[in-house]
Design a protein around this ligand. Structure first.
Ligand code: SAM
Ligand code: DTB
Ligand code: SF4
Length: 343
């Protein structure tokens, strides 16, 4: 079969679901070895990219995503907040940079942003980029024109997850379709933005759904540059509050298969780390995860504190990935605009 270990590590967009299932079905240690080999072909070993999240607009979201504490339909205790001011966002980004993050991801509880909101967010992107951070935003669905506005502001990445397989999707989200999500991803690509797209484990999906999700991601016209693999953070009040976590080894396998299918991507060990042991996280890094969310909060839920992560990195001999060279010194044009606006 073409997914035999010898054939692994190529950039392909023609995976079949049975091939992906066969990767999952291998003995765990064989899978880990393959994933680590492919990882080292494309990435610096022992190096992890650090992204910090900020919820720039919290709660009261009209969508019905069954996992989400920010949906207006569920009583989760999340207080709705208006879109943050640009200065406050800049201050948070500065703190994230000082703590060691290289990418700053701004999340908003929108179905899709309105024109005025998008202008404010474009201003945030310019400010955050001027600090020398990579920028990412996740604002819901985008039209091609909206994606271009963000690109023009200097946005590097747009996060929009497929979340699960097309087949299982309807059991989790009723207010936007899988095709809506694929359309947004296409708009983001067409604008020249980098794509951050992944999913969630622990929604009640089957092993087949996980294989299908990864197959869909790997067969996109271009692989996403970032692939976040989230473990459901079960939040009281949401329909999925009582879901049991996935078997940790199944989670690790999913990371490994994502690494094999999308060799160049940063595979992010994303939400859910607070509930994971250091040993499980170490296996995820062995499986090819090379990015984390770093900082005490995700959007509305917790994340390991920076001290625990520093200690984990020290124990595992991991180091933080440096910012890409283009980000270390912001382009002259951006520096000039920044100097003007902050003078
Ligand atoms: N509202 C925008 C959207 O849905 O596109 C952006 C923010 S939304 C919170 C971004 C992603 O966070 C979701 O697609 C989902 O994958 C993830 N997410 C939300 N709640 C989660 C939870 N309780 N556990 C794990 N991941 C979660
Ligand atoms: C992603 O895949 N995971 C992040 C980010 N992209 C936006 C969000 C996780 C949210 C977890 C629940 C919360 O904190 O509200
Ligand atoms: Fe809204 Fe995004 Fe949460 Fe869905 S995941 S309810 S779109 S904030």
């Amino acid at each position: 079969m073409s997914s035999s270990p010898a054939a692994l590590g190529g950039i392909r967009h023609d995976w079949t679901v049975p091939q992906v299932e066969a990767l999952f079905a291998q003995p765990l240690l064989d899978l880990l070895l393959q994933a680590q080999r492919v990882h080292r072909t494309y990435h610096e070993p022992n190096t992890v990219q650090m992204s910090t999240l900020l919820s720039i607009k919290t709660g009261a979201c009209p969508e019905d995503c069954a996992y989400c504490p920010q949906s207006v339909r569920y009583e989760t205790g999340v207080q709705a907040e208006a879109l943050m001011e640009v200065d406050a966002v800049r201050a948070c980004a500065r703190r994230a940079k000082d703590a060691g993050a290289t990418r700053f991801c701004m999340g908003a509880a929108y179905r899709s942003p309105k024109a005025r909101e998008l202008q404010s967010i474009a201003a945030m992107v310019r400010e955050v980029r001027a600090l020398g951070l990579e920028t990412c935003a996740t604002l819901g669905m985008l039209t091609p024109e909206q994606a271009l506005v963000l690109k023009d502001a200097g946005l590097d990445y747009y996060n929009h997850n497929l979340d699960t397989s097309a087949d299982f999707y309807d059991q989790i989200i009723g207010t936007r379709t899988y095709q809506d999500r694929l359309d947004t991803l296409e708009a983001v690509r067409a604008a020249g933005l980098k794509v951050c797209c992944g999913g969630i484990l622990g929604l009640g999906e089957s092993p087949l759904d996980r294989a299908k999700l990864l197959c869909t991601l790997a067969n996109l016209a271009e692989h996403p540059e970032s692939v976040p693999i989230n473990q459901l953070v079960p939040v009281p009040g949401t329909p999925l509050a009582q879901r049991a976590p996935p078997d940790p080894f199944d989670f690790v396998r999913t990371i490994a298969v994502a690494r094999l299918l999308m060799p160049r991507a940063h595979v992010r060990l994303s939400a859910g780390r607070e509930g994971m042991s250091d040993e499980m996280q170490a296996l995820c890094f062995m499986a090819g995860a090379n990015s984390i969310f770093y900082g005490e909060r995700l959007l509305t839920t917790g994340n390991p504190d920076t001290e625990r992560d520093r200690r984990l990195f020290e124990r595992l001999g991991l180091k933080a990935e440096a910012a890409p060279a283009t980000q270390q010194t912001p382009p002259a044009a951006i520096r000039a605009v920044h100097a003007e606006t902050t003078a």
